[in-house]
Write a protein that binds this ligand. Sequence first.
Ligand code: ADP
Length: 245
Amino acid sequence: MTAIETRDLSIRFGHFAAVSGVSLAIAAGSRHALIGPNGAGKTTLVHALTGGVAASSGMILISGDDVTRLGESARVRRGLSRTYQINQLFRGLSVLDNVVLAVLERKQLTRVFWRRAAHDNATIEEAREHLAFVNLIAHADRPVHELPYGLQRLLEIAVALAARPRILVLDEPAAGVPAAQSEAIFERIHALPRDLTLLFVEHDMNLVFRFADRITVLVEGRIITEGTPAEISGNERVREVYLGR
Ligand code: ADP
């Protein structure tokens, strides 16, 4: 079963094609990394998958259904959730409330229930479970702006999980985080349920080779190769183009 797929997808900004003719099929339950040098089109491709950037041509399918013309929230309802490279948390709210809001959003109760959320035990219980998964329970009552950056990135994962996704897209989940903490972030990503399909963009090749089971290499908007970590690490073209050797 294919969780998410693109067929001959192109994304143009004026005359410039950031993504050109990309056909990508991500198997359900796989941990798929998207790599490539800066400017390769990784973020643009991820935005197109999640509905933040319109496809210029080609198709995007979730579980076999054409979602090319659907917006971001319609794709979330179809099981696709994402974290953002740039922090999009509510910095003035507590850690717990950020997750509570995300749970309420999934339940489509945000407007009605936000004021009453403090009394909604089921929502709070669920939010605490997501926080426990990313080891943030001890920080539940702190305002987000007090949290070290690495822990904010973990919180983003908890917020994304509150949508109960079947497919989770992570755009550089450890970007800007010290090496020791990126390990902790990837260890949590690794611990996610095996039936959750993961697509992640990551620069650190050690993390990619350890945590991905398939890798797609994008250069100048096109896929140059795809394979297992062993295949990619032994690929001459990847070494030349991407690793610069
Ligand atoms: P990556 O994530 O691999 O570094 P990006 O997807 O961010 O690459 O960018 C791919 C190319 O598309 C870059 O040359 C970038 O300048 C260009 N690009 C991205 N977004 C836009 C935009 N909104 N308008 C014009 N050009 C863009």
